[in-house]
Design a protein around this ligand. Sequence first.
Ligand code: SF4
Ligand code: SF4
Length: 168
Amino acid sequence: MCSQKQIDELSRIRGQLLIQMQELGKKDLNCVGCAAPCCTFHHNSMRITLTEGIVLVNYLHSQAIDLTDIAEKCHATIQEYRLDKELFIKSGVRLRRHYTCFFFTNRELGCSIPAEYKPLGCLAFNPTEPSGKGQTCRSMSYPEFCDGEKLEIPQMLLKVLQNFSGVL
Ligand code: SF4
Ligand code: SF4
């Protein structure tokens, strides 16, 4: 479904982002104490590429996480936030819908996905001031990962799961 070249490119960009995040951490720009509106319907409209979805599903599989349960959560999120309803803001441009990501656990634990497998857009979104608690966060610039159409996380995961064989 995706090439090794794309997976390598994704890893390269991820590595750059992780270094940028380390630099932010040295300036106390972190998510400590934030209720993470960026992961809930308040602000989350994350969309991912196919390769990001494949890497994420492979991670879940490697952890023996029940993929049937993941598929059910995808369906539930799509239904709750009507992610399957195509809304266009102009010709060919889909409206981004907000939804609560089911990988978000709670305020204390935050995202349940390790940085090595998290979507690039999630890694790129960071605070711009210490103790900002989500009020002044924005996305860092990073190289674009070109990999076709992006979809909201639950939709892309379902697409991957429909073709998942357990190996890349
Ligand atoms: S994958 Fe993690 S960081 Fe990204 S939206 Fe979901 S819970 Fe938040
Ligand atoms: S990126 Fe911003 S909004 Fe998201 S958890 Fe961190 S501080 Fe909160």
